[in-house]
Write a protein that binds this ligand. Structure first.
Ligand SMILES: [Fe+2]
Ligand SMILES: [Fe+2]
Length: 190
């Protein structure tokens, strides 16, 4: 279950639907970054025992990346430069230094990114049903996987330190609720 305290602004969906080619390019980069994030988490000592699970997530994200690239090719959309997400940058900016603190914050940020993807892919699957059934099916097919990544990252953090995770999750859910309301003028998933 997603724990978010605020919804994305109503005009997020309108902006995305009006700019699907740009959003698909952004989505390709998002999957690429999700794969590298899973691998980056393997640097933490606390996650050494979870390295196989993290590799499995990275492989799944690379498969998603390939699926988006295939969609881009079918639609004749060039794969171009990524644009940084202000929402993701602000979440990551709040990651504290220090071995134990850093791994928990990093896992929570990963979980929130996966959770927001899960939520937004659900919205897109619904909104695109009639207008672009191929894309609707594509987004619908990703919802469960991103939801699982959200849950896995939160569970990994709780297994390291349950109390600290819940304390930081409370902080991050408030931060997310503030940040999500800031409009992003660019057509991006996050
Ligand atoms: Fe993914
Ligand atoms: Fe994911």
């Amino acid at each position: 279950m997603l724990l978010f305290r605020a919804k994305p602004p109503a005009d997020w969906l309108d902006t995305v639907l009006a700019n699907l080619p740009a959003v698909l390019v952004d989505h390709a980069h998002l999957e690429r970054k999700a794969a590298t994030s899973a691998i980056n988490l393997e640097k933490y000592h606390d996650l050494f025992p979870r390295v196989d699970e993290l590799n499995a997530i990275a492989i799944e994200e690379l498969q998603h990346f390939q699926l988006v690239l295939a969609l881009l090719r079918r639609r004749g959309i060039p794969f171009t430069q990524p644009r940084p997400s202000p929402w993701i940058s602000s979440l990551m900016h709040a990651v504290r230094k220090g071995v134990r603190h850093q791994v928990i914050d990093h896992l929570i940020c990963g979980a929130l990114i996966e959770g927001r993807s899960c939520e937004k892919f659900q919205w897109l699957a619904e909104a695109l049903k009639e207008r672009d059934p191929e894309l609707a099916t594509f987004y619908g097919g990703l919802v469960e996987s991103e939801g699982n990544h959200y849950a896995t990252y939160l569970l990994m953090a709780r297994e390291i330190d349950r109390e600290e995770t819940d304390r930081r999750l409370d902080f991050y859910l408030d931060l997310d609720a503030q940040l999500i309301r800031i409009p992003n003028p660019h057509p991006m998933l996050h």
